[in-house]
Ligand binder design. Sequence first.
Ligand SMILES: Cc1ncc(COP(=O)(O)O)c(C=O)c1O
Ligand SMILES: [Zn+2]
Length: 391
Amino acid sequence: MNKVTHLECSLCGKRLEAGKAANLCECGGPLLVRYDIETLRHRWPRRDVSRGPSTMWRYAPILPPSNEFIVSLGEGWTPLVHTRRLGARIGADNLFVKDEGLNPTASFKARGLSCAISMCVELGIRKVAIPSAGNAASALAAYAAAAGLEAYIFMPRDVPQANYLECKAYGACVTLVDGLISDCGRMVAERGPVEGWFDVSTLKEPYRIEGKKTMGYEVAEQMGWELPEAIFYPTGGGVGLIGMWKAFEEMDRLGWIGSRRPKMIAVQAEGCQPVVRAFQEGEARSRFYEHAQTVAAGLRVPKPLGDFLVLQGVRASGGTAIAVSDEEMLDAGVQLASLEGIYAAPEGAACVAAAQKLLASGFLKATDRMVLYNTGSGLKYPEAYSTRFPR
Ligand SMILES: Cc1ncc(COP(=O)(O)O)c(C=O)c1O
Ligand SMILES: [Zn+2]
């Protein structure tokens, strides 16, 4: 059942042939993978999904690589935990946490990079490069190691120590950069063509988002094919949110869900909130956020490439964009850990703080079903949490 028909530019709509190495469209727009959903609709009923593996590859018919090229470390099919004690504390009767910290390399980035590296193997690419805030680098390094590819990584010098150590242990070639992820991205773009590296920057190649979209398939399946009223997503590049929005549209066309969608809530850090600012100003795109600073390393993205897609999804869903402070994130992280036994990355904890705010403002009701994405494990952030618990 293969299934990919073409790549489509998200900005100008141009169609490109699938099955070739591809980065951005010539207009600068990110490319999205399109499938023969009409055929899939008849051959792949949703009742068949549960026969697949307990990983994100249970959705392989709507993922790009052919089965023989899949590079998997067991990513996806993470638990959806009904967090009753936290819910009672914040006044939400139906509060769930999707715990992505349980993925290989302890973050949701494993999904995107499992998919992207599988496609590199299928397309014969041997050298890959990435600019990263930390967790994507760890995931790339792990999957490149598993596939026997060379990985070149560019991260801010103040990246969490765990990410640095992991990348080195996985055998990647690591460059620490005095700057932000945007500076790292520029270095990969400059050196990549000279060195023969394939650029796997988020949204600059079409396959990472396909892995991330499985977060949307899973939440539907785990909730009995009924989407919740609200989804909270910690938004750096925002690719998880864009991917889930794409997944909902695909599932609708597959006949698996109806047309109702959750309110998509983009959560950012007060110290780096380009999407929140654009949302409030009614703009279609964000502006570069100067002096970006937050303990949530994954949210320190001053100008997301896919900002317009995030904003489209948030607006079309009747959702919103909201920022929380680093203090609020760490407090919420400790609250989630102590009430539920889930030790979240500050990025994931930000969703807890955001939910509290939107319940207090009346934007959401106590009876709404809410899913918060904890995108990574708190174990990767000793620097951030040790400010709470000095020894
Ligand atoms: C733990 C964590 N959460 C969220 C994000 C943001 O991801 P996205 O690009 O999908 O917005 C990152 C990105 O580095 C991350 O590491
Ligand atoms: Zn284009």
